[in-house]
Design a protein around this ligand. Structure first.
Ligand SMILES: Cc1cc2nc3c(=O)[nH]c(=O)nc-3n(C[C@H](O)[C@H](O)[C@H](O)COP(=O)(O)OP(=O)(O)OC[C@H]3O[C@@H](n4cnc5c(N)ncnc54)[C@H](O)[C@@H]3O)c2cc1C
Ligand SMILES: *[C@@H]1O[C@H](CO)[C@@H](O)[C@H](O)[C@H]1NC(C)=O
Ligand SMILES: *[C@@H]1O[C@H](CO)[C@@H](O)[C@H](O)[C@H]1NC(C)=O
Ligand SMILES: *[C@@H]1O[C@H](CO)[C@@H](O)[C@H](O)[C@H]1NC(C)=O
Ligand SMILES: *[C@@H]1O[C@H](CO)[C@@H](O)[C@H](O)[C@H]1NC(C)=O
Length: 535
C-alpha cells in the first residue's frame, strides 16, 4: 500500500530529511514522535486511534500499513525460512513477533518511530553473520531485515559505489568485477555488508587502504527521531566518526557510499602445513607482520591453526595479493615451506571470496562462537598462543561437530596508517604501539549440551594469553567487535577518551537512548558485555 501521497512532499522533506550540518540540538526536547511518524507517510488512519497504537500489536500496525509480504508472521513458512537463514543456530532460534522488511529508508524511519511510540523492542539484521543469540534478531519484538535494500550503484566517475545494507559481499564484488573496480570489504562471500563495516571490517586491501570503515565516503543513516541524515567528513562529522566502529548504537544505515579503486584479477588461496613446519610458519608470519607487510602494501595474510582427526595438527595460511602476480617476493618465506595442499591461483575478487567460504556450513547452520583479543607483535608470543591453544585442546577434542580454530592476523603498519584518514576512526588503536595482531578464535559444534565446554575453552585460552601478554608488556586492550563473543565488551576497549566521545555523540543523535534500550542486541555502548557468565 502506497501511503506517501497522503502527505505533501514538502512536509516529508522538512520532517524526515535533516539539513546537512552539525546541529547543536539534533533532537529537540519537545520532539513529537507521532508527528514524525505521520511525516514518514505512515497511514495513521489505518490504525483506529493513535492512543490504541500502544495497546495494539506493533506488528499488526505494520501489517495493516505495509502488507503481509513486508511483514512476516510467526507460523508462516516465510518466517521459518527467514529464521533458518541466520549463519548460527543460536541466532536462528530467536523468535521475533514479526519480521519487517522495509524497502526504502522512509520505511526504516517508520519502524523506528513505531517502536519508539509503542516501546516495542527491535533488532536490525544485515547479513546475519554475527554469531550469538540476539545479535541481529529479537525475541517477541520486531526484527527489521534490511534484505530489500540492495542497491549497488557505481558513480559515473567510478570513484564511489552506493551499496545497500541488504547486500552480501559476493553480490557487491560480482557487480564490481565486471567493471574492473574493487572496494574495501569482507573476505568471505556470504557475509553481510553492514555489520562488517559498522564494526570495522578487515579486508584483503587493508594493508594499503585501512579497514572498511575507513573507506566509507558517507553513510545514509536513520536516526532515533526518524530523520534520515548523511554522515560524512563534512556533514554530521561527529556521527560519521562514531559510525566508524560504533556498531548498531547510533542509527540504522540505509546506504554506504564506499570509495572504489581500479582492480583487475588477484592472486590468493590457502595452503595447508603439517605440524613439523610450525616453527617456520610462525617465522614467516612474524616476518610478514613486521617488515614484509611494510614492504608491499598489496599483500595480506591470515594463518589459522586447528586439528584434523585424520591428519593431526595443521596450519592453514590464507595468502592474498591485490595484483594478478603469483610470485610476489613478500611471500617468499611461505613459499619455502612444504605444504600438503594449496589452492592459490589468480582469480577475481568475487571468486576469491567464494573460495574462502568453501567448507562453510551456510546451508545447514550449526552452533557457532567467535572470540578475539589483540596483542603486540612478538615472535615468542606467537609460539605461546598456539601452544596454549593445543595444550587446552583435549578439553574439547571430542565435542561432536567441533572445529576449534585459532587464527592470527596482523594489524599492519599500513592498516594503522589507513585508519588515520578522514579524521580517524573510533577504534582507539594506537599506531605508535603497532603493529598488532588480532588473535581470533572460533568453533562450530552440534549439541547445546556442549555449549559450556566450548565457551569455557575459549575463555580459558584468552585468560592465559592475556596474562602472558601482560607479563611481557605485549598486551593491548582493543577487542575487535566483529569477532567478539557475548562475554566480551569491545566498545569499552576503544579507550576512555573515545568511549566518552561516543557517549556524547549518542546523547546528541539519540538523547532518549532508543538504540541502546529498545534495541538491546549485540554490543551496547556503556552497558558492558552482553552476557556475564558462561552457563
Ligand atoms: C564466515 C565469516 C567470515 C567473516 N569474514 C570477515 C572478514 O573477512 N573481515 C572482517 O572484518 N570480519 C569478518 N567476519 C566478521 C563479520 O564482520 C561479522 O560477523 C559481522 O557482524 C557480519 O555482518 P552481518 O551484516 O552479516 O551481520 P548481522 O548479524 O546482520 O549484523 C551484525 C550487527 O550489525 C548490526 N547491523 C546490521 N545492519 C545494520 C545497519 N544497516 N545499521 C545499523 N546496524 C546494523 C546488527 O544489528 C548487529 O548488531 C566474518 C564472519 C563470518 C561468520
Ligand atoms: C504530537 O502530534 C500529534 C499529531 O499531530 C498530536 O495529536 C499530539 O497532541 C502531539 N503531542 C504532543 C505532546 O504535543
Ligand atoms: C489509510 O487507511 C485507511 C483506513 O484503513 C484507508 O481507508 C485509506 O484508504 C488508507 N489510505 C491510503 C492512502 O492508503
Ligand atoms: C571446495 O573444496 C573442495 C575440496 O575441499 C573442492 O573439491 C572444491 O572444488 C572447492 N570449491 C571451490 C568453489 O573452490
Ligand atoms: C578469523 O577471521 C578470518 C577473517 O574474518 C577468518 O577467515 C578466520 O576463519 C577466522 N578464524 C577463526 C578461528 O574464526
Amino acid at each position: 500500500m502506497k501511503v506517501t501521497s497522503l502527505f505533501p512532499f514538502g512536509a516529508f522533506l522538512a520532517g524526515v530529511v535533516a539539513q546537512n550540518g552539525n546541529d547543536a540540538v539534533f533532537e529537540p526536547a519537545d520532539f513529537n514522535a507521532t508527528e514524525a511518524l505521520l511525516n514518514t507517510g505512515f497511514n495513521i488512519s489505518a490504525i483506529p486511534e493513535l492512543a490504541e497504537l500502544a495497546k495494539r500489536s506493533n506488528c499488526g500496525s505494520l501489517r495493516a500499513v505495509y502488507g503481509g509480504t513486508k511483514v512476516l508472521s510467526q507460523g508462516t513458512s516465510a518466517y521459518d525460512a527467514f529464521t533458518d537463514a541466520y549463519w548460527s543456530i543460536q541466532q536462528g532460534s530467536v523468535s521475533p513477533q514479526c519480521v519487517f522488511k522495509p524497502s526504502q529508508a522512509l520505511e526504516v524511519s517508520a519502524v523506528v518511530l513505531i517502536a519508539r511510540l509503542t516501546k516495542c523492542p527491535f533488532a536490525v539484521k544485515g547479513g546475519g553473520h554475527a554469531a550469538f543469540a540476539g545479535a541481529s534478531g529479537i525475541d517477541d519484538g520486531i526484527t527489521v531485515s534490511l534484505e530489500n535494500l540492495k542497491q549497488i550503484k557505481v558513480a559515473p566517475d567510478q570513484k564511489t559505489v552506493d551499496i545497500g545494507p541488504g547486500n552480501r559481499w559476493v553480490n557487491v564484488y560480482t557487480v564490481l568485477d565486471k567493471v574492473g573496480l574493487g572496494v574495501v570489504g569482507g573476505r568471505m562471500a556470504p557475509v553481510g555488508v553492514p555489520g562488517l563495516i559498522l564494526g570495522g571490517g578487515i579486508s584483503f586491501f587493508s594493508n594499503k587502504l585501512g579497514w572498511a570503515c575507513d573507506n566509507v565516503v558517507s553513510y545514509e543513516v536513520v536516526t532515533a527521531s526518524g530523520l534520515v541524515v548523511t554522515a560524512s567528513p563534512t556533514s554530521h562529522s561527529d556521527l560519521y566518526w562514531a559510525l566508524r566502529g560504533g556498531g548498531n548504537n547510533f542509527g540504522i544505515v540505509t546506504n554506504f557510499k564506499l570509495s572504489a579503486f581500479a582492480l583487475g584479477k588477484m592472486w590468493g588461496g590457502q595452503r595447508i602445513y603439517l605440524e613439523n613446519t610450525f616453527p617456520d610458519v610462525l617465522d614467516a608470519m612474524y616476518t610478514f607482520a613486521t617488515a614484509g607487510s611494510n614492504s608491499d602494501a598489496d599483500a595480506a595474510q591470515i594463518v589459522s591453526f586447528t586439528s584434523s582427526p585424520a591428519i593431526g595438527n595443521i596450519a592453514i595460511a590464507q595468502l592474498h595479493y591485490a595484483q594478478p602476480v603469483a610470485t610476489a617476493k613478500v611471500f617468499d618465506a611461505f613459499n619455502a615451506i612444504s605444504h600438503i595442499s594449496s589452492s592459490t591461483d589468480i582469480r577475481t575478487l568475487g571468486d576469491l571470496t567464494i573460495l574462502m567460504n568453501n567448507g562453510s556450513t551456510d546451508a545447514a547452520p550449526l552452533r557457532q562462537t567467535q572470540w578475539d583479543v589483540t596483542l603486540r607483535v612478538d615472535r615468542d608470543l606467537f609460539t605461546f598462543l598456539i601452544n596454549t591453544f593445543y595444550t587446552l585442546f583435549p578439553d574439547v577434542a571430542d565435542v561432536e561437530g567441533g572445529l576449534p580454530t585459532i587464527s592470527i592476523q596482523p594489524i599492519t603498519g599500513g592498516q594503522l596508517k589507513g585508519m588515520q584518514q578522514n579524521g580517524g576512526n573510533a577504534l582507539g588503536l594506537d599506531a605508535s604501539k603497532g603493529p598488532f595482531v588480532v588473535m581470533n578464535m572460533s568453533s562450530r559444534w552440534t549439541n547445546a549440551a556442549d555449549d559450556r565446554r566450548i565457551l569455557s575453552f575459549f575463555s580459558n585460552v584468552i585468560k592465559l594469553v592475556k596474562a602472558e601478554a601482560k607479563a611481557k608488556g605485549l598486551d593491548n586492550d582493543y577487542i575487535y567487535m566483529n569477532y567478539a563473543s557475548q562475554f566480551q565488551d569491545p566498545l569499552n576497549s576503544y579507550g576512555g577518551a573515545n568511549v566518552k566521545k561516543l557517549k556524547a555523540i549518542s546523547s546528541i543523535y539519540d538523547p532518549l537512548s532508543i538504540f541502546l534500550e529498545l534495541q538491546p542486541g549485540h554490543f551496547k555502548l556503556g552497558l558492558g558485555a552482553p552476557s556475564s557468565v558462561i552457563s
